[in-house]
Design a protein around this ligand. Structure first.
Ligand SMILES: Cc1ncc(COP(=O)(O)O)c(C=O)c1O
Length: 388
């Protein structure tokens, strides 16, 4: 048993992006997507052994990292990924930008389904290519693609897919992904699929379908992005990789990276190897904590249906809520004023929505939810209880 329920270590003074935003103010951070859990002991031990070695020179992907990654992709996701498909990177955000530069200059430009993780919106802008943000639609309890609008887009360009989707928490189903693949074939789009959240599926009956598993080398133009960083809480180790089955796409992608993208640091590879080889029991315990946290978020915030609407989410540790009925211009500012730092939906292309990161020990979440309740209760005399 790992102690994921223990209070978080104090992250002050560690240069934490998440905590430093509110340094010196009584605001608890539930925004940027890292978690407040200590890493798995097996990862800490592997990193310690690497420190003890004492030499930290330029490092290429060690064979054991490549082997562990191939075993992980095959064992967990049924993917056969030869080492030559892999391009190692210090993050997936660089990969979104490289893909936009390499493939976004034709026809439709860069297409993505919104709202979405902000770098999907800024990467095309950085690459000076047009962005086509096509809003996701809700059918029943699920978010899906707006097929009619997608079908009307031009041929050529790049589709940036986020699956599981940040922030709406959807896991796209096989039939949706097959339809997207077929549309990409018909349109000649390259598909870049970011699957960084694929090992954080909270709905037990839902399975992640890797987009690559539906494609054929030589027929589909595709790149798939992965990293152990979200699942094992290692984003500060800066280790990610792209899988590019097509030689032409691989060369185009590498050309954009040449001279600009640094190697992954030696600790990144060590963390990745240990996560994939020895992290599974920790991941299972993490999922149990995240499921309980998610249920608690829905239970507490579900008491305020006049102000907040939470849609069912299938994956990630990010709850996405519609706060547009709150009687103020900036719901994010309102909750900050009550001591809770959430992500502002505006950054994702959805003003008035909020994202709450519940990847933290339950005591911290409870304190944050309590503050949110007090803020909401102050808006009217009594709270009603609504089912999830
Ligand atoms: C969908 C998605 N892609 C990429 C990232 C960040 O990737 P990296 O830290 O490897 O640049 C995040 C982080 O929240 C994310 O949610």
């Amino acid at each position: 048993m790992h102690d994921l329920l223990a209070p978080s270590p104090d992250r002050a003074g560690t240069g934490s992006v998440k905590w430093d935003r509110y340094r010196g103010r009584d605001i608890l951070p539930f925004w940027v997507a890292d978690m407040d859990f200590t890493s798995a002991p097996s990862i800490l031990e592997a990193l310690q052994r690497r420190v003890d070695h004492g030499v930290f020179g330029y490092t290429q992907p060690p064979p054991e990292t490549v082997g562990a990654t191939r075993e992980y992709l095959h064992g967990r996701h049924g993917l056969e990924a030869p080492a030559e498909w892999m391009v190692w990177l210090p993050g997936l955000v660089p990969a979104l930008n490289l893909a936009s530069r390499a493939f976004g200059h034709e026809g439709a430009g860069v297409i993505t389904a919104t709202p979405v993780y902000p770098p999907f919106l800024t990467a095309p802008q950085n690459a000076r290519v047009p962005l086509q943000g096509i809003p996701l639609v809700r059918t029943g309890n699920r978010w899906t693609f707006d097929w009619a609008t997608l079908e009307a887009l031009d041929d050529g360009g790049l589709f940036l897919l986020c699956n599981p989707h940040n922030p709406v928490g959807a896991c796209f189903r096989q039939d949706e992904l097959v339809a997207l693949r077929d549309l990409a074939r018909a349109k000649g789009w390259v598909v870049c699929t970011d699957e960084i959240h694929c090992d954080l599926i909270l709905e037990e009956e839902v399975e992640h379908v890797p987009f690559l598993s539906l494609t054929e080398p030589g027929r589909d133009r595709v790149l798939a992005l992965y990293s152990p960083s979200k699942t094992y809480n290692l984003p500060g180790l800066a280790c990610a990789y792209a899988l590019l089955p097509g030689e032409e796409e691989r060369l185009a992608f590498r050309r954009e990276a040449a001279g600009l993208i640094t190697e992954v640091n030696c600790f990144g590879y060590t963390g990745c190897t240990a996560a994939y080889r020895e992290g599974e029991s920790w991941r299972q315990e993490l999922l149990a904590v995240l499921r309980a946290n998610r249920d608690r978020v829905y239970e507490v915030l579900g008491r305020y249906p006049d102000w907040l609407t939470l849609h069912p989410m299938e994956a990630t540790y990010l709850a996405w809520m519609d706060a547009r009925r709150l009687p103020m211009d900036s719901p994010a500012r309102f909750f900050e004023d009550h001591g809770v730092g959430l992500s502002d939906g505006e950054d994702f292309g959805a003003p008035g929505w909020l994202r709450l990161n519940f990847g933290c020990p339950p005591d911290l979440l409870e304190e944050g939810l309590g503050r949110m309740e007090r803020a909401l209760a102050g808006l009217r005399p009594t709270a009603t209880t609504a089912p999830r």
